[in-house]
Design a protein around this ligand. Sequence first.
Ligand code: CA
Length: 520
Amino acid sequence: MKFMNSVFSKSRLLVWLALILPTMTWAQTDSKPNIIFIFSDDHAYQAIGAYGNKFAKTPNIDRIAREGALLSNNLVTNSICGPSRATLLTGKYSHKNGYPRNDDTRFNTNQTLFPEVLQQNGYQTAWIGKMHLNSLPKGFDYWNILPGQGRYYNPHFISQPNDTTLYKGYVSDVITQFSTDWLDKRDPSKPFFMIVGHKAVHREWSPALEDLGAYDDVNFPLPANFYDTYEGRKAARDQDMSIDKTMRMKEDLKVNVNYDKDYLYKHLDPEQKKIFKAYYEKISKEPTEKNLTGKALIEWKYQRYIKDYLATANSLDRNIGRLLDYLDQKGLSKNTVVIYASDQGFYMGEHGWFDKRFIYEESLKTPFVIRYPGVVKPGSKLDQLVMNIDWAPTVLNIANAKIPADIQGKSFLPLLKSTTHTAKVPWRKDAYYHYYEFPEPHHVFPHFGIRTDRYKLAYFYGGADSWELYDLKTDPSEMNNLYGNKQTEKLTADLKTRLKALMAEYQDDEALKILQTAKK
Ligand code: CA
């Protein structure tokens, strides 16, 4: 009788399984959404419409924010290109992933990279576009990347296994073409994860031909601290990244370029050269014709910089739109998470600068918008201190994959989910930062620091031996270094205690040693 019963229940179980299996397969696919991570270079949050820029034409990034969430405090651990990409791939600080500076080393791919975990969880993965880690991609079923920085016009790409090919056209367009080509030929039975790595808007800010002059009718207001004199801030005074002194007339602002000799432009074809030349030859004459000197010349450089930068971003945004349209046309939008982020922030003339590196807000924070249909409430804004070490675990969490133990970040999927309910999600109250690259190329002293919702404490070493403290509520532009003030002694001591605790938590032993010898 017992035997009969068990046979009976087994057959019933099979019938039951046959009935629910199709549903389970559907549910499983749904629990593993497709994920596209669009990752640009040097795109300042303050240069994006959704982040408040009134002039920038970024309708597609704005669309992601409008249909999803915008993170207003997404901080990086080390504000520079390669190290940020290494952190994206590993979910670890530079001292743990071994890539603290650009170019002086090869990124070690013999550590767990989160796309490999996605592969183990049934995802097909791809990296297309800029990578710039001095090593070939690992953890990607398909890749096609720019060599190093890559070129804006007629770029080379390195494809599997290791072949370099030249493509005609503008880099952002070519990258998007490769991205949709790969989506077309992917296995539609598996979920996908794709990183679209853009070169734009990295220096030298060369716009697509169709975008030349897109902002020429705008006179951009100077940031209030454009003529910063850096009192009380040794590292800020010693930098070599100012629009006045560092920005180059020829290479950066395309003044009097020799189109047949200059390495940035000599490979343009005759038609491209003609259009580019016609536009910049007129501009090249302006400083002489208008007899610009002193402040007038510095401000002219500022205007040209912002115009070229935003025009370059036009193509980036348009290509994000192409991808969003592709998802719509293929019916993929509902089951695809779309993320747009930059590798770090950038200065748009604040403190008189371009470039990044500093723990100050403009380069510490990076734009991050995410559309996740059915999970993130459209038009949400999250103000918590999220970091780029959190990106890898968050993507793994979205993919329902296990987060490796050595990842130092935390998944902020609970924060994204909190946009549809009112429950409070516990989250970090302070963030740790450590920058290394010195002295070249921009002479920014190495430093580490802590950022809370209101305060920031930083220590610059490598010869600077100086502390800085800011109250972001009363001094959001970080012009008034409060370190050493009698009234801030208790605050400083508390922040130093937390800074040391964060160093210990993230196991930054080198920083702990430096802290021991730092002046008080
Ligand atoms: Ca960058």
